[in-house]
Write a protein that binds this ligand. Sequence first.
Ligand code: G
Ligand code: MN
Length: 238
Amino acid sequence: MDVIAHYQPIVDLVTNRMVGCEALARWCAADGSVRPPDDQIAAIEADPERAGALVEDVLRCIGRDLGAFLERTRDFYVSFNTPPILLGDGRGLQRMEKAGLIGLIPRLVVEITERQALSEVGRAAIRAGRAIGLRVALDDFGTGQSGMQQLIGLEIDTLKIDRSFVVPLNRDISAERLIRAIVAFAAILRQKVLAEGVETREQALFLRAAGVDYGQGWYWAKAMPAEELIGCFGRPLA
Ligand code: G
Ligand code: MN
């Protein structure tokens, strides 16, 4: 089965314009149908060999699909997901080189889930990623089991607030307060905040008023092929 990548816009909540995108792996069957690997991600991540192959495939897609676009634009980044064990294995630069991304490392953001980031392996991976010049986003923020104390010393650029905080907005005052608390917390830590899974205008307006920097979700766009994404660049998505 061939791996391809689709790209979901990440927008500035004030302008509704794209500041970047997240690369999401898709499987392309022989009949041409494309589907997300969601049900298999856990199994793939448990096997370092398969996980490594998937990350390499996604990086290769980014290089091929968006390399030239990244070269001719500025202030646009591409994020990709990786299990920390891969980032810490000392082969980060080699993978970038293989994907033709060596000169574009400053335009890439690596997403690590909160749960995985807080372990020793996660911490080492974040250091290794930063050492080669990647920015780091903490994915699924707020869903980990760990205390805030464990965030001490983590060098993170962006917190990605999990969709489970966004869904209850405008219905649940505690979700709204939590979002405001995360914004204050991130400001003190000098981190940007991105809300995931935004589906409605009401959610987007709340998040913007609360001071969240960026949004990602079906309200603006689903993940799409690179040509389509490039066509969206520069114009407001909502
Ligand atoms: O956690 P991560 O950012 O890797 O998750 C991305 C996943 O979230 C993708 O599988 C994508 O299809 C899904 N997704 C993206 N935007 C939305 C949204 O607005 N609503 C819902 N329900 N799912 C979304
Ligand atoms: Mn992600």
